[in-house]
Write a protein that binds this ligand. Structure first.
Ligand SMILES: Nc1nc2c(ncn2[C@@H]2O[C@H](COP(=O)(O)OP(=O)(O)OP(=O)(O)O)[C@@H](O)[C@H]2O)c(=O)[nH]1
Length: 466
């Protein structure tokens, strides 16, 4: 993930400050060096890195920490605010009628992002349409059409026409009923003149409200030139960073945002249409620093609930799980829901306190919710009595033998299920305790009081801790 290294190395450095009430100049030097090292190795432009680290240093040295604030919290707040300031606000995209033009080099993820964004707008109650003008890459038409079908959004393209400008014009007319028009364009290996000519003509024809540059998170220093040229020809309002699920460093994309004086609009985190997030700087930086992102988490949970249909299950209330007893029935529902939420690694990063700390301490398979395991578990559970499912702790050796026989599985598999239950129960307990995590609460309060500093005033999306 973008700047992942910054998150973990910074957390390590900050942890060394635990228990300290004052920062020495050496402490600050060390933190600033760590930040510089991480950002530079993530391909962030040198001048940007210097600017950021100078600001952090200056503030940490000059500002007086509020009375009683531990040094770690104080410096964390400064780093948080400066990072939010560097990355800036999210690209303004009101939920209303609009035309969005996507630009970018070949393979950056434009077609995929067009369908993902359309899906995202559809979840907000709008009617989006994707217009595919890529006549350059064979297969672009089919790919876009198929993805739009999966996203259940309107689509226009014409494989028999090789004039992208005409396709764009016809597309706008043909999809007149849609509110949000997303125009996908062709890419090239490099910024050739014909690509620039073509996109300028399309831009003139569709007159977009927003032009977004799609960048692969793996792009390094080349991002700067690319961003500049696209900006000069069509004007870039925002950036979509794709493939953040990979090992990409992402720093180049941040440099492009700075170069075009724009902002980040969306993040792509996988190959499926649902693998998209609207960029929210507060949550993004919080996640980066291991402080969780409750806004994104809530959205994913809501989506997963809809897919799992647990809202319709009158017998099961997820709230119970967070407040009271955690049963095997809860575990089964929980596994289904989690499976729908997306990769657990990403989900855990959004939970305050899980990101850097607890998650790393969990055994690798603590939350392994693959379909296969789920199927095996539900077969085993079918052979249990209701009482056993409600009080799994009372299941002894005799019952294990009976359940294994009844379900046609082995005793070892039944034990594995009970083991999994125990691990999940422990995790849920930690989650239950989170609302009263004193340190977390205090830190959040301080961040909110802190305000100022160009950070957009604290943790907007972290409601429960306010
Ligand atoms: N893992 C991952 N893969 C992605 C993501 N976004 C796009 N891809 C993949 O990247 C490849 C290129 O994506 P496209 O959407 O075809 O790129 P494009 O910019 O439209 O390419 P051209 O039409 O050739 O200009 C495809 O294999 C996508 O599945 C992402 O967020 N994560």
């Amino acid at each position: 993930m973008v700047l992942d290294d910054l998150g973990s190395s910074l957390r390590g450095t900050l942890d060394k400050l635990r228990g300290k009430s004052r920062l020495s100049e050496e402490d600050i030097e060390e933190i600033v060096k760590e930040i510089q090292r991480s950002l530079l190795s993530a391909d962030v432009d040198v001048s940007l890195v210097m600017e950021l680290s100078d600001n952090i240093k200056e503030r940490a040295l000059e500002e007086e920490p509020p009375a009683g604030t531990p040094a770690r919290d104080f410096v964390l707040r400064i780093v948080y605010e400066e990072l939010v300031d560097l990355i800036g606000e999210s690209t303004d995209l009101p939920l209303e009628e609009q035309t969005i033009l996507l630009a970018g080099l070949q393979g950056s993820g434009k077609t995929t992002s067009a369908a993902k964004m359309a899906w995202w707008f559809s979840t907000k109650g709008l009617r989006p349409a994707v217009i595919q003008t890529d006549t350059f890459r064979p297969g672009a038409y089919d790919q876009a059409k198929e993805m739009c079908e999966r996203a259940e959004v309107d689509f226009y393209g014409n494989p028999d026409n090789d004039d992208p400008v005409e396709i764009a014009r016809n597309g706008l007319e043909e999809t007149g009923e849609a509110d949000v028009h997303i125009v996908d364009t062709a890419g090239r290996h490099a910024l050739e003149d014909d690509l620039i000519d073509e996109i300028e003509q399309i831009e003139e024809t569709v007159d977009p409200d927003k032009s977004l540059l799609v960048l692969d998170a793996a792009i390094g220093q080349g991002a700067k030139d690319q961003a500049q040229q696209f900006d000069e020809s069509i004007g870039i309002d925002g950036v979509v960073i794709t493939k953040l699920d990979g090992t990409a460093k992402g720093g180049g994309a941040l440099t492009a945002v700075d170069q075009t004086d724009s902002s980040i609009a969306f993040l792509g985190t996988g190959e499926e249409v649902q693998d998209v997030e609207r960029f929210e700087p507060d949550g993004f930086i919080s996640r980066l620093l291991g402080m969780g992102d409750l806004g994104q988490l809530a959205e994913r949970v809501e989506r997963a609930m809809q897919q799992t249909d647990i809202e319709d299950d009158e017998e099961w209330d997820p709230e119970d799980m967070l407040t009271g007893q955690f049963t095997l029935n809860d575990m089964q529902k929980q596994m289904e829901a989690m499976n729908n939420m997306g990769p657990l690694d990403q989900v855990m990063d959004m939970i305050p306190g899980f990101g850097g700390g607890i998650k790393d301490q969990l055994p690798d398979d603590a939350m392994d919710v693959t379909q296969e395991r789920m199927r095996a578990f539900s077969v085993i559970m079918d052979s249990m009595t209701e009482t056993e499912k409600e009080y799994p702790k009372a299941i002894g050796a005799d019952q294990i033998e009976r359940i294994a026989r009844g379900s046609g599985t082995s005793e070892e598999q039944v034990r594995e299920l009970l083991q999994q239950y125990k691990m999940m129960e422990r995790t849920i307990k930690q989650f239950q305790g989170m609302g009263s995590d004193k340190e977390m609460q205090r830190m959040m309060q301080q961040m909110q009081q802190g305000g100022g500093g160009g950070g957009g005033g604290g943790m907007g999306g972290m409601g429960p801790f306010g």
